[in-house]
Write a protein that binds this ligand. Sequence first.
Ligand SMILES: Nc1ncnc2c1ncn2[C@@H]1O[C@H](COP(=O)(O)OP(=O)(O)OP(=O)(O)O)[C@@H](O)[C@H]1O
Length: 263
Amino acid sequence: MATDVHRPVTPNAPNTPTTHATSAVRVEGLTRSFDGRAVIDQLDLDVKPGEFVALLGRSGCGKSTLLRILAGLDRDIEGTVLVPRRKAVAFQAPRLMPWKRVWRNVLLGLKGKPERGVAERALEEVGLKHRTNAWPKTLSGGEAQRASLARALVREPDLLLLDEPFGALDALTRIKAQRLVDELWQRRGCAVLLVTHDVEEAVLLADRVLVMDEGVIAYETEIDLDRPRGISDPRFAELRAELLKRLGVDAPDAAEAEPVAAA
Ligand SMILES: Nc1ncnc2c1ncn2[C@@H]1O[C@H](COP(=O)(O)OP(=O)(O)OP(=O)(O)O)[C@@H](O)[C@H]1O
């Protein structure tokens, strides 16, 4: 796996890329400050190839900042960040160019002269082939989000970075989009880092869930549930309650929440 190294520009910074075949992401001592305040403060993170990791944390704790750094969109950092060269990112807003048809949006930014068939194959994978020629403004919210996923997939990423990709979708469309991401991840085998506010979404999809606080990964847990997962599993409720607690939200105890049988 070819690796990109983002390092701070300091006189002593080594500039030789290092490949860690055992990691899709390796972050060591990462610090990012805005106006003298460290939003990310000596953060360490490892993601294994093919691992699905969800990142939770209260609003403003630095999740998107971390994702942007991993995507290579922000290099004003201290510390070391190793990520695969083939990586792609999808944001909450699909960010489609309104003046380009869907298939041209999918190919946007790709090097060389990729053919329409490349976009069509990715659109087929996300169930959107029938809208290949459409204008973005004619897509529903869920369709636009799938087009954005197709644009990520044509990059054949070893690392897929997702920043609240389902945040703006209605409940039903959101469930469908979650299933699609689960399917794509299983088929493609790439590592995924998903930023989300939704604890259930994290437990449903991820191998491991991280909670960010005070500029570091303050808590992490493996999700030891078989797939496909169901929210009715008692272990699901336990994991959800623990994560909510770590986020500073008191969840009603799962056992107490059971309806009491009439005597
Ligand atoms: N370009 C910037 N200039 C100044 N401050 C910034 C900049 N980008 C982010 N911040 C600040 O860094 C902090 C972390 O922002 P970030 O967007 O990473 O949080 P987040 O955890 O993704 O929040 P949310 O869950 O609400 O999306 C916030 O206090 C934000 O105001």
